[in-house]
Ligand binder design. Structure first.
Ligand SMILES: Nc1ncnc2c1ncn2[C@@H]1O[C@H](COP(=O)(O)OP(=O)(O)O)[C@@H](O)[C@H]1O
Ligand SMILES: [Mg+2]
Length: 235
């Protein structure tokens, strides 16, 4: 079976200002695939997602989304072409209500009701300010707001960071719903076991470079890949 390529990166060098954080990054993601990006703290995982979204300085390389070069486009145009980022910082607007936050992420033909169906809790909190939400509710809002743009490639940056297990279980169900074959998911994950259970392929970064990129089954069968790349085994 042939897989449609959604995203293709080639020879990416990127960072902040003149500084390079990422070096020689090339990989591609097929439609419906779930890719986990793992690596120790500070190796460039968030920078990779931010670079895909157009929020860093790209020094070299190309990024194609559905076969179309996007590396020169600003973030909002990438969003219109189907790219959605749920940032590690969950930057929601504290001074706007939940509903206003959702409307800020809306593309064409999206209604807040879709978000409320996915996250009934947000409907209960619709009039509350973003700043009044718990960490879990903020993450729900951040995810829901990104989905309002109708992305087909959704990037999640450590979505469970700092959240209670019951919230993580609930979010996991939402991610499973998104992994429906239509959506493609890239997820940065600190918890290696979660990355292993959720992904089809894994990309391991170290010091801004790819040290492993391949099938998750290969990593399961050869846990020494993790020891070598991360300095730890499977818990
Ligand atoms: N906004 C920024 N400006 C300058 N340097 C940054 C910025 N964000 C991250 N960095 C640096 O880039 C490197 C990679 O960071 P990051 O991509 O956040 O790593 P990770 O997500 O893997 O923990 C780190 O050295 C970090 O200090
Ligand atoms: Mg990060």
């Amino acid at each position: 079976m042939r897989h449609e390529t959604v995203l293709e990166l080639s020879g990416i060098r990127a960072g902040y200002g003149d500084t390079h954080v990422l070096n020689d990054i090339s990989f591609s993601v097929a439609k419906g695939e779930r890719l986990a990006v793992i690596g120790r703290n500070g190796v460039g995982k968030s920078t990779l997602l931010n670079t895909l979204m157009g929020l860093t300085n790209l020094h070299a390389g190309s990024i194609e989304l559905h076969g179309r070069p996007i590396q020169s486009l600003p973030a909002h145009q990438r969003a219109m072409l189907g790219l959605g980022l749920v940032p590690q910082t969950r930057d929601i607007f504290a001074s706007l209500s939940v509903e206003e936050n959702l409307l800020a992420g809306a593309g064409k033909n999206t209604s807040v009701e879709e978000a409320y169906t996915l996250f009934p809790r947000l409907k209960e909190r619709r009039k509350n300010g973003g700043g009044q939400l718990s960490g879990g509710e903020q993450q729900m809002l951040s995810i829901a707001r990104t989905l309002m743009g109708k992305p087909d490639l959704v990037m999640l940056d450590e979505p469970f960071e700092g959240l209670a297990p019951v919230i993580c279980d609930m979010l996991m169900e939402v991610f499973e719903q998104l992994a429906d074959g239509e959506h493609t998911l890239i997820r940065v994950e600190q918890h290696t076991e979660l990355a292993l259970s959720f992904s089809d392929r894994m990309l391991i970064l170290d010091n801004g470079e790819i040290v492993f990129y391949g099938a998750t089954d290969e990593v399961r069968d050869n846990p020494e890949i993790l020891e070598r790349s991360l300095g730890l085994g499977i818990a």
